[in-house]
Design a protein around this ligand. Structure first.
Ligand SMILES: Cc1cc2nc3c(=O)[nH]c(=O)nc-3n(C[C@H](O)[C@H](O)[C@H](O)COP(=O)(O)O)c2cc1C
Length: 334
């Protein structure tokens, strides 16, 4: 069965699957493996400076002839590099797929279209989808609140996707949040989405740039073991995010979920490879080379972690997801 959709047609993909931008866990090896397998690979560049952004784009291009894009979080509180700098550097490096989240893509749409690029915008409501399309966005990503990492809204994927599809009937919609396998992708397609955007699933790949303890926690977690809060607010305040339960979360919950005077506030819990201290409530992702109590850091993951059972090469994940989607669609028809 063909898995072709308006989204795969617009981007030149073989399958309607996206390796979601998962912050510093994205890297050329991951995006290129996904792109080689016919899905969309993504590089999250928000926390990379201009030189690092150019370098990861160039290296990904060296590694694959497939389709990949970049994601930029627009919220100025989340970043130090202006969005214009990221956009111009990526255009200069030949990127033609741009995804924006936590802010309005409108100021960048004309510039990217002028270079022949495609613009994706993440939203958490039908109204936000409508605004994005009115601003010229080409593809809408509807992110439900079961998603891992920072979350755009508080509506779950199942009610959100059909509302977004109905709000922007002429625009391809990609479903994000809570999708761990091909049954989830088939469900998204049955909701009239044109693709699926998986973050947590791709954390558990050999290529993802995450600390082995974090990866292990993702694989071991049940769907009941995530928490949605604004707890890890140092670096990016006041934006809800979903993480796995850990000692930091448990101590805060035991203290009655206080807004201030949180247990262990200011304490250094880990160090990066270059010796930079990481404090307990920082928004830092647990990456390879970190030492200390790495499992106390924000272990960003969605409820979909319950359905992630193995660490596999990313290209195999894509192939398996596509086969499972096909099977689930056939089974649904029976
Ligand atoms: C570790 C991690 C980091 C993330 N970083 C970003 C990011 O940099 N930009 C962004 O727009 N979304 C980010 N997200 C959200 C994902 O793009 C995606 O919407 C989410 O993972 C989908 O839900 P799922 O985890 O259930 O698949 C991140 C998610 C995770 C788990």
């Amino acid at each position: 069965m063909s898995l072709e959709t308006p989204f795969t047609d617009a981007l030149g993909l073989d399958v309607p699957i996206v390796q979601a931008p998962i912050g510093s866990a994205t890297c050329p090896a991951l995006a290129a493996a996904v792109a080689d397998a016919g899905a969309l690979g993504m590089l999250a560049v928000t926390w990379r400076d201009e030189a690092a952004t150019r370098a990861v784009v160039a290296e990904t291009r060296r590694r694959t002839d497939g389709v990949f894009g970049v994601n930029v979080v627009i919220d100025p509180d989340a970043k130090t590099v202006p969005t214009e700098t990221h956009v111009e550097a990526c255009l200069d490096e030949g990127v033609d797929v741009f995804s924006f989240s936590f802010g309005d893509a409108a100021p960048y749409v004309d510039r990217i279209h002028a270079e022949g690029g495609v613009v994706l915008q993440s939203v958490g409501s039908a109204a936000a989808a409508k605004r994005a399309v009115d601003a010229g966005v080409d593809v809408v990503v509807a992110q439900g609140w079961e998603a891992g990492g920072h979350v755009q809204g508080d509506v779950a994927t199942l009610p959100l996707v059909p509302r977004v599809v109905d709000a922007v009937p002429e625009t391809p919609v990609v479903a994000a949040g809570g999708i761990a396998d091909g049954r989830g992708i088939a469900a998204a397609l049955a909701l009239d989405a044109d693709g699926a955007w998986l973050g947590t699933r791709f954390l558990a790949t050999e290529e993802a740039d995450v600390h082995r303890l974090y990866r292990r926690r993702v694989v071991e977690a049940d769907e009941t073991e995530t928490v949605h809060s604004t707890l890890f607010d140092e670096g990016w305040p006041d934006v809800p995010h979903r993480v796995l339960e850990n000692e930091t979360v448990e101590a805060w919950e035991a203290a009655g979920r206080p807004d201030s005077d949180r247990p262990g506030a200011g304490e250094v819990v880990a160090e990066t490879e270059d010796g930079t201290p990481v404090r307990r409530y920082e928004d830092s992702l647990a990456v390879p080379g970190m030492t200390g109590a790495v499992e106390d850091l924000p272990l960003y993951a969605g409820q979909s972690a319950g359905g992630v059972e193995d660490v596999e090469p990313a290209d195999e994940v894509v192939t398996t997801l596509a086969a499972e989607t096909d099977e689930a669609l056939t089974n649904a028809r029976r």
